[in-house]
Ligand binder design. Structure first.
Ligand SMILES: Nc1ncnc2c1ncn2[C@@H]1O[C@H](COP(=O)(O)OP(=O)(O)OP(=O)(O)O)[C@@H](O)[C@H]1O
Length: 307
């Protein structure tokens, strides 16, 4: 593997050295079409407990395929040709995700690791209320939960993502796109998973709603300390929200490192090209979503005071 590791072992600024919650080793995923396509090639990464790992790269480079494979959500003709995915449970057990049976996988998803995928807001069941969808997911994993607890938890997660709990009785078509996406994020955090994979979670929404939802996710992450793999081709956004960033090119992770180091000292020519293709990156590193950092490093290594 020719990944350029940019001090991958150095904890991101302002965050303690974290232990691993997910390890992906040499993962290769092939679409067995007439002409087979190797969409992910020999990908390796470690996700630390509580961190935000950004996954960047142009359309078609394999980001979604990698995310689906990590969660075993890939469908034929996609096939995991080789590699390992290990979930390091907070309780101390290591889970070999690729070896889980279907029943074990159903128990694993949502509970340990959840995913919000592109266009997820359209994944809500159109003929079922928000209340029923949250309740079904809760009871599938916690069958003994009382009605009162189900209601309490459902109201709590909605409140956390900024949706009025009175919306529990609504059907998806009665909610705006932003609200539906918030409900999906509420669903993803319902069982307090240790890892959330967010694949372009807000791309379909207008910029203001996008920013609101992202701020909310980052606030929740700081509060609840789950780890996030955040996938987007929006590199400026990733620089704002990520502790570390992995850059994919044609199925391979070509660079992986702390976000600010990658910003200042990108090693791979493709990362440099990607950084150069966003004019906004000639200014300060994003200040909109993250707070608490007073200075911002520019690509030439100088420091700029934040306005
Ligand atoms: N069902 C399929 N059959 C064959 N090839 C596929 C299939 N789905 C995806 N691919 C190919 O796999 C590669 C990776 O696609 P993938 O959707 O993972 O990329 P991506 O980086 O997530 O793109 P985007 O940002 O546009 O979602 C692409 O070359 C794509 O054409």
């Amino acid at each position: 593997m020719n990944t350029t590791l940019l001090n991958d072992n150095i904890p991101a600024p302002g965050r303690p050295r974290a232990d691993a919650v997910l390890t992906v080793e040499n993962l290769t995923v092939v679409y067995e079409a007439d002409t087979p396509v190797t969409a992910v090639r020999d990908a390796s990464l470690t996700l630390h407990r509580g961190e935000v790992l950004g996954l960047a790269g142009e359309s078609g480079c394999g980001k979604t395929t990698l995310a689906y494979a990590i969660n075993r959500l890939h469908r034929p003709p996609a096939r995991i040709a080789s590699g390992r995915v290990t979930f390091h449970d907070g309780g101390g057990d290591d889970v070999d995700v690729l070896a889980l049976t279907d029943a074990e996988l159903r128990a694993f998803r949502w509970e340990k690791l959840s995913m919000v995928f592109q266009g997820a807001m359209n994944a809500l069941n159109p003929v079922t209320t928000v209340r029923a969808q949250l309740r079904d997911t809760l009871l599938a994993h916690r069958p003994g939960l009382s009605r009162a607890k189900v209601r309490e938890r459902s109201e709590e997660v909605l409140r956390r993502v900024g949706v009025d709990p009175r919306r529990l009785g609504s059907y998806p078509h009665e909610l705006s796109g932003g609200m539906r996406q918030r409900v999906m994020i509420a669903m993803a955090m319902l069982l307090q998973p240790q890892v959330m994979i967010l694949d372009e979670p807000t791309t379909a929404l207008d910029v203001v709603v996008q920013r609101e939802i992202l701020s909310e996710i980052m606030r929740l992450r700081d509060e609840l300390d789950f780890a996030v793999i955040f996938i987007t081709h929006d590199l400026p956004l990733l620089l704002e929200i990520s502790d570390r960033i992995a850059v994919m090119l044609a199925g391979e992770i070509v660079e992986l490192g702390a976000a600010d180091l990658l910003y200042r000292h990108a090693r791979h020519p493709y990362t440099r090209k990607l950084l150069g293709s966003f004019p906004s990156l000639s200014g300060a590193r994003g200040a909109f979503i993250r707070s608490g950092v007073d200075e911002t490093a520019l690509p030439d290594g100088t420091i700029e005071e934040r306005a």
